[in-house]
Each structure stands twice: as structure tokens, then as C-alpha cells.
Ligand binder design. Structure first.
Ligand SMILES: N[C@@H](CCC(=O)N[C@@H](CS)C(=O)NCC(=O)O)C(=O)O
Length: 209
């Protein structure tokens, strides 16, 4: 299996999960400017919009979209419990989290990451909107170690997104600095995530420590 990734992008989430599960996965780095893979291929021929993550299975099947890839990986090893059983209410709860992260947090960051293009209107509306959603997540984490109470693929996704607001090399440049001021549950969750060996290994591999 191959996972196409861009360092520090949302592909960090499936990268973390592959580490958690000890999967035999080959990481293929993609240059986000040229859309060339590190082994010299045209990434646009694989991913029509040029975005990561992209998973390539042994038989050549391509799977796109982060939430689908995360669930596919988790379902390879159901006993690890990173995605509850299909059909259970908990599985829908996981999909609720993944849908929230993809639409409300992931895409909420985009006007901040591309602030220069978004213009003042995009900036003024994007940041307070994200902060409100962060506060809501913080409340959900009260008395819980992880989003669903137990560790699941949604935590890896949230980590990949929230690190954008923390990274000193990234956040100020792009005006995307969304910290955790006053959000003690979210802050504790972030540190808990950072302490996981699978997360540390993924950060090391992507040169993010
Ligand atoms: N709908 C896609 C969006 C993925 C996405 O936005 N990927 C960004 C990184 S976080 C990317 O690869 N951008 C590079 C590009 O678009 O050229 C998903 O959820 O997987």
C-alpha cells in the first residue's frame, strides 16, 4: 500500500493511523507546488485535483478523501478499535466527528492558510468561526481523554488540522495561528496526542519536530 502525502498536510492523519496500526505502508512524498511525486511521477494523473491524502492499494485501486482513507485503514484491523463496528451507533458517531472535522475545521482553516488570497472578508469571518468551533470541541472533551472517549481515527484527523494553528513556522506566516488559549481540555488533548509514539514518529518522518 502507498500513502501519498505532503509534509504537515492533512495526510498527517492517515500517516499517524498507519503508525498506530503498524501497517506496512510506503510513504510517497508529493511536491505541493509542482505536483510531482518524489519518484518523479505526475501526481495529477493519480489525483485529479492534486490533493493528498491518496491511498493506493496493492492491486492499484486508488482511494481518495481523508475520512474514507482513515476508516479504510482502521477497518484493516478492527480489533485495534480505531473505528467502531460498521452499523453501530458508535460508527455513526465517528462519522459525525469526521464530517464535522472535514467541513467545519479542515475547510475552515483554508481562508487563513491562504489569507492573502482570501482578502480581509475571508480573514475576518474565518478566524472567529474556527475559534467558536474550537470552544465547542473543548467542551466535548470535558472529562474525556479523546473525542469519542476512547482513541479513534478522528483524533488523528483533528491533530493534523490543529497543528496548523500551533506551528511557529506556519501559523504566523499564514495568519492561521489558532491557539488553545483558555481551552484547557483541548490543550491537554493536544499534549496527550503529541506524547503518542505513533504521532511522534509521523512528525519525525515529515520533518516537523
Ligand atoms: N477533500 C479532500 C481535501 C484534501 C486537501 O485539502 N488536501 C490539501 C492538504 S491539507 C492538499 O493536498 N493541497 C495541495 C493541493 O491542493 O495542491 C480530503 O478531505 O481529503
Amino acid at each position: 500500500m502507498k500513502l501519498y502525502y505532503i509534509p504537515a498536510a492533512c495526510s498527517l492523519a492517515p500517516h499517524i493511523i498507519a503508525n498506530e496500526l503498524g501497517l506496512d505502508i510506503r510513504l510517497v512524498k508529493v511536491d505541493h507546488k509542482t505536483h510531482r511525486t518524489e519518484d518523479g511521477r505526475d501526481f495529477l494523473a493519480l489525483s485529479p485535483f492534486g490533493y493528498v491524502p491518496l491511498l493506493e492499494l496493492e492491486d492499484g485501486t486508488l482511494l481518495r478523501e481523508g475520512p474514507a482513507i482513515l476508516q479504510y485503514l482502521a477497518d484493516l484491523q478492527p480489533l485495534a478499535g480505531l473505528a467502531p463496528a460498521a452499523g453501530s451507533i458508535d460508527r455513526y458517531r465517528l462519522q459525525e466527528w469526521l464530517s464535522f472535522l472535514t467541513s467545519e475545521i479542515h475547510k475552515g482553516f483554508i481562508p487563513l492558510l491562504y489569507a492573502r488570497l482570501a482578502g480581509p472578508y475571508g480573514l475576518e469571518t474565518a478566524k472567529p468561526k474556527l475559534e467558536k468551533r474550537y470552544a465547542w470541541i473543548d467542551a466535548q472533551l470535558a472529562g474525556r481523554d479523546y473525542l469519542m472517549g476512547h482513541y479513534a481515527v478522528a483524533d488523528a484527523y483533528l491533530y493534523a488540522l490543529t497543528q496548523w494553528g500551533q506551528a511557529d513556522w506556519l501559523a504566523p506566516t499564514y495568519q492561521a495561528n489558532i491557539r488553545f488559549d483558555g481551552l484547557e481540555n483541548l490543550k491537554a488533548w493536544y499534549l496527550r496526542m503529541r506524547a503518542r509514539p505513533a504521532v511522534r514518529r509521523a512528525l519525525d518522518t515529515e520533518g516537523l519536530q
